[in-house]
Ligand binder design. Structure first.
Ligand code: SF4
Length: 330
C-alpha cells in the first residue's frame, strides 16, 4: 500500500450515485469530490435527503440496487475501491475502513454473545487465538468507557441499553485499529448526555491514535466540537467545505448560514430554515438552493454556481462567493 502522507487517505472524485425507481432516477449524489487525510476528523452535514448517508455508503461499497454508483473514482490509500470485489472490500472493512451505523441493533447479532461477535470480526482479518480475541475485545471496550467489560462480553445485545449498544458497536468497529472510520449519525436517538460521553471518548481515542473519521451528522454542534473540517451537502452536491474554525465563524454559503442560524443557542434568535430540499428526480435548474435562499438574485434560478476555491482548503458554490478558481463543474 502507498503511504504518502501528502496524499489524502481517502479521495473521492466526481462521485455520482443514482437510484433507479419507478418514479424516475434519483440523483442522490451528484458529482462530489473531496479528500480526507490521515488523522483528520471530517464532519459531513446537511439536512435529511441531501446525500450524506448515500455518500458514506458509496465509499463503503454498500450501495445496493436499485442504487448504483454511476460515475466517479474512490481511492483509499491508493487503492481503487470501485475495482474491488465484495470479498476484497469485506477484507478492507475492519482493518482499513470501518463503519459505525446509526442503528446499533441492526449491527449486532441478537443470538450471538458479544464476545463471539468481536471474535468473528477479529478472526476474519487475523489469526488471533481465542484468548487474544478476548483480550483485544476487553481492552477496546474499556477504551470506549465500558465498566465491567467482562460481563458485557459474556452477554447478548438485548441486555444492553441503547448507549451501551452503540459503544459496543463502536468498539467492534475500532478493535482492528482501522485508519479510517465512517460513522453515520452514530449517536442519533440517544440522550444528549450519553451522546456527548460516547463522542468525547471515541473522538479523543481517534485523535490520539491519528485515525481519520468521516462523521455523517445533521448535528452541527457535534461537528463544531469534535471535527477539524466540515463538508456541507445540499441536494446531492457539496456547497461548502473548509476548516471548522473558519466555516463556523464566517460561513460563505447561504445554506451553511441558514443551518447555523437554526442551531438553538442561548441569547440568539432561532431562525428556522424555510422550504424543503428539492426533488432529486426533477433536479432544479440554476442553484438548487435558490427557492429557499434570502440572497437569491437574477442569475440564481438559471445558472448553477460552480464550486470555487475561496482560499486554501475552503470552497463554496454560490454566485455571491468570490472564488479564486472554479473546481467542479457540477
Ligand atoms: Fe443563494 Fe444564489 Fe448563492 Fe444559490 S447562488 S446560494 S440562490 S445567492
Amino acid at each position: 500500500m502507498a503511504n504518502d502522507v501528502t496524499q489524502p487517505l481517502l479521495e473521492v472524485k466526481d462521485l455520482h450515485t443514482r437510484f433507479h425507481t419507478h418514479r424516475g432516477i434519483v440523483q442522490a449524489v451528484n458529482g462530489i469530490s473531496f479528500g480526507i487525510r490521515e488523522g483528520e476528523l471530517v464532519g459531513l452535514v446537511g439536512e435529511t435527503g441531501c446525500g450524506k448517508s448515500v455518500t458514506a455508503r458509496s465509499v463503503l461499497g454498500l450501495v445496493r440496487p436499485p442504487g448504483r454508483i454511476a460515475e466517479g473514482r474512490i481511492t483509499y490509500d491508493g487503492i481503487d475501491l470501485r475495482s474491488l470485489s465484495r470479498r476484497e472490500f469485506r477484507k478492507l472493512r475492519g482493518t482499513g475502513i470501518s463503519f459505525v451505523p446509526q442503528n446499533p441493533w441492526g449491527a449486532l447479532n441478537p443470538i450471538l454473545r458479544i464476545e463471539r461477535q468481536f471474535r468473528n470480526v477479529i478472526r476474519a482479518h487475523t489469526d488471533a487465538s481465542r484468548q487474544e480475541c478476548w483480550d483485544m475485545s476487553l481492552a477496546m471496550l474499556q477504551k470506549v468507557g465500558i465498566q465491567g467489560p467482562e460481563r458485557i462480553l459474556k452477554g447478548y445485545a438485548h441486555q444492553l441499553s441503547g448507549g451501551m449498544a452503540q459503544r459496543v458497536v463502536m468498539a467492534i468497529a475500532l478493535v482492528l485499529n482501522p485508519r479510517l472510520v465512517i460513522a453515520d449519525e452514530p449517536t442519533t436517538g440517544l440522550d444528549v448526555t450519553i451522546q456527548r460521553q460516547i463522542l468525547d471518548m471515541v473522538m479523543q481515542l481517534l485523535e490520539e491514535e491519528r485515525r481519520a473519521m468521516l462523521l455523517v451528522t445533521h448535528d452541527l454542534g457535534v461537528v463544531a466540537q469534535y471535527c477539524h473540517r466540515v463538508i456541507v451537502m445540499y441536494a446531492g452536491k457539496i456547497v461548502e467545505e473548509g476548516p471548522v474554525s473558519e466555516v463556523f465563524v464566517e460561513p460563505a454559503h447561504p445554506y451553511t448560514q441558514a443551518l447555523l442560524a437554526a442551531i438553538p443557542r442561548p441569547g440568539h434568535k432561532l431562525v428556522s430554515l424555510r422550504g424543503r430540499v428539492p426533488s432529486l428526480i426533477d433536479y432544479p435548474a440554476g442553484c438548487p438552493f435558490h427557492d429557499r435562499c434570502d440572497f437569491a438574485f437574477e442569475p440564481c434560478s438559471a445558472e448553477e454556481p460552480l464550486l470555487c476555491e475561496l482560499s486554501t482548503g475552503r470552497r463554496s458554490a454560490c454566485h455571491l462567493s468570490k472564488g479564486v478558481s472554479e473546481l467542479d463543474a457540477r
